[in-house]
Design a protein around this ligand. Structure first.
Ligand SMILES: *Cc1c(COP(=O)(O)O)cnc(C)c1O
Length: 365
């Protein structure tokens, strides 16, 4: 058997540790998963009801074009329906972009660290990844621009950036986009946009009016709390989205996902309440990190990446023993941990556990 050369070296994706597994392994009854940036408040009640109602149609293929959902999201964003494409999570939109645009030898530019799926899908298609180090946890747009050449196909900007939580502001992005050649696609991954409250954050929909080469990625997995259903979308110029549609699988999103997302996008009160509670959580956590003397990157999503000043595997294990699943082992940040903002109670439990881990390390030197 001879697989594609481009996949031989690829690791299998390592998700955040599953709750049930941790409970079993450690004999704990209560475990809090703050590893995958899931919504601690679940999803909209209207979305739950829509899922239940859809059970009656389980035997029927979904609408290939997600017509009702496309209309609702297009109205919500004030764009044309032809500008939107749905995927099984925005992960699948990343896959479709890679599949539609990369040929072996193309170059693609991304930050290091950032969301791993850009690199993963680019490599499968034989594209060469040009990774540009973050600067103080932020995208270094001038350095990324300097890497553009005639082989560059796609530039990925994760805003807010996963895992650091930092944002690229409007002025910076305006300047950057005005200098990127229009033959290069710029993907703005806005998986956490609904959490952002900072006024310098760009209204990326405005860019779509000027730039045919800009594509936005959004998801129902994060603030909408529908991660298990796998639904996200891309927004761009109708011609570009049309091309991506040509590689889309016929029934790539399920009836349940479409129905739940339709209900979720209409329930703006749920989103607002999650954003507010998340903002409270962020200020609580950053306040505690300051009290503990632990540096952190300025967070704009529903997670914080902080410097525990100890090997991250040690902190990860210490937290795990105390029933907290975090995310560790970032290659350039060996002492950093990414923690998802939980409910008030979960955040307090996390901080109490973290203090114990730090104390234990201090005692044992
Ligand atoms: C979670 C996440 C996604 C995608 O999530 P889906 O569940 O596939 O929609 C995309 N980009 C970033 C930066 C994320 O953190």
């Amino acid at each position: 058997m001879q697989p594609k050369n481009s996949i031989v070296h690829l690791p299998v994706y390592q998700p955040g540790k599953p709750l049930e597994e941790v409970k079993r392994e450690l004999g704990l009854t209560e475990v809090v998963k703050l590893a995958s940036n899931e919504n601690p408040f679940g999803c909209s009640e209207a979305a739950k009801a829509a899922i239940v109602a859809e059970v009656a149609n389980a035997s029927i293929y979904p609408d290939s074009f997600s017509t009702a959902l496309t209309e609702a999201v297009a109205d919500y964003l004030n764009v044309d329906r032809k500008q939107i494409i749905f995927g099984a999570g925005s992960d699948e939109v990343i896959l479709m972009l890679a599949r539609a645009f990369f040929v072996p030898g193309d170059e693609t530019i991304m930050a290091d660290e950032t969301f791993p799926q850009y690199k993963h899908n680019a490599e499968i298609e034989g594209a060469v990844c040009v990774e540009v180090p973050l600067k103080e946890g932020k995208h270094d747009l001038p350095a990324m621009l300097a890497k553009v050449n005639e082989r560059t196909k796609i530039i990925w900007i994760c805003n807010p950036n996963n895992p650091t939580g930092t944002i690229v502001g409007k002025d910076e992005l305006d300047a950057f986009l005005s200098q990127v050649p229009d033959s290069v696609i710029v993907v703005l991954d806005e998986a956490y946009i609904e959490y952002v409250t900072d006024s310098s954050f760009p209204n990326s929909l405005d860019y779509l009016k000027t730039y045919k080469n800009v594509i936005l990625l959004r998801t129902f997995s994060k603030i909408y709390g529908l991660a298990s259903l796998r639904i996200g979308y891309g927004v761009g110029h109708a011609d570009v989205i049309g091309l991506v549609n040509q590689v889309r699988e016929p029934f790539n999103t399920t009836r349940f996902a479409q129905a739940a997302a339709l209900a979720a996008v209409r329930d703006t009160a749920f989103v607002e309440s999650c954003r507010d509670r998340n903002a409270d959580g962020l200020s609580y956590l950053t306040g505690e990190f300051e009290r503990l003397g632990l540096p952190y990157f300025e967070p704009h999503g529903n997670f914080v990446m902080f410097d525990a000043k100890l090997p991250s595997a040690q902190v990860f294990d210490g937290l795990l023993k105390r029933g907290i699943i975090s995310r560790a082992r970032w290659s350039h940040y060996p002492t950093y941990i990414r923690i998802t903002v939980g409910s008030r109670e979960q955040n307090e439990k996390f901080i109490a556990a973290l203090e114990q881990v730090l104390q234990e390390a201090a005692v044992h030197g």
